[in-house]
Design a protein around this ligand. Sequence first.
Ligand code: BTN
Length: 264
Amino acid sequence: MLDCDSLLFSDIVRGLKTRVLGKKEIFHYTEIDSTNARAVAMADQGAPEGTLVVAERQACGRGRRGRTWFSPPADGIYASLILRPSLLPREAPQITFLTAVAAAEAIHDCTQLDVRIKWPNDLLVNGKKFAGILTEIHADRDVLHYAVVGIGINVNTSGFPEEISDRATSLLIETGRRFSRAALLRDYLREEESRLIQLRTKGFAPILARWKELADTIGRSIRVEMTGATCEGWAEDVDPEGVLILRDRKGRCHRILSGDVALL
Ligand code: BTN
C-alpha cells in the first residue's frame, strides 16, 4: 500500500530519465480549474518546451468534445505538457497518437495490464476507459506555435459518478493495487520523450504502426457518434493523418475526423 503518494516536484524529478520533458519547470497545484488551461496560458507567455503542469485535483478538467474530465483529489494523474514540435498544423494529431502509444506502453510496463487504444485516443483496460488525452494547439496557417498535451489517468480512483460508472475504470479497480502516481508519470514522460525523438528522426509511420498494434478499433464493427450524426460500419483503417476510415453496410467509405466510437 502507498501511504503517501504525491506529485510534488521532488517526487517527480527523483529518478526522472528525460532530457527535456519535466526538466525545465514543473508547476504543481493542489487544486486548479484545468492543467490544460493553465499550460495554454503559460505557453502563450512563452514557456519553453517540456514545461509540465500537474494538479492533485481539477475543478473543471477539460475532456474531448466539450466534456469534463472527472478529477477527484489525489487519485489520478492530471498533467499537461507544453511541446513546441517542428510540425505543420495539419500534422498536430500525430502528437495525440504518439502520446497514446507512450502512455499505453508506460502503463503496461508499470502494471502489466493489457492496455488498448480506442480511436481516437482513449486508453482502455478490459473494454473500459481509464485514461484520456486532450491536445490543444495554437497555430497560424502554416506554423504550429505550440501544443499542450494533457493526459488524465485514473490511477487509484475507487469509484465514479453514476453517469460514467458503466464505462470508466481505474488501475486500482483493474488490479486491486495502488500505484505511485509519481513513478507512473515519470515512466510516461520518458516514453513520451523517446517517441518525440522517434517522430523527429524517423517520422510518423513507426508510431502509427505501433498505435495500430495497440488499437482495438480497426477491423471491428463500430458505431461512431459525431456532432449531429451517427455512422455504423466496419472500421477499415486509420490513415496517416489520424482519420478513421469506416465502410458502411452499403459499401460506402466515410472519413471520420472526430467522434465517439462504440464497438458493436
Ligand atoms: C478525454 O475526453 O478523453 C480527454 C481527457 C483529458 C483530461 C486531461 S486531465 C489533464 C488535462 N487537463 C485538462 O483539463 N484535461 C486534460
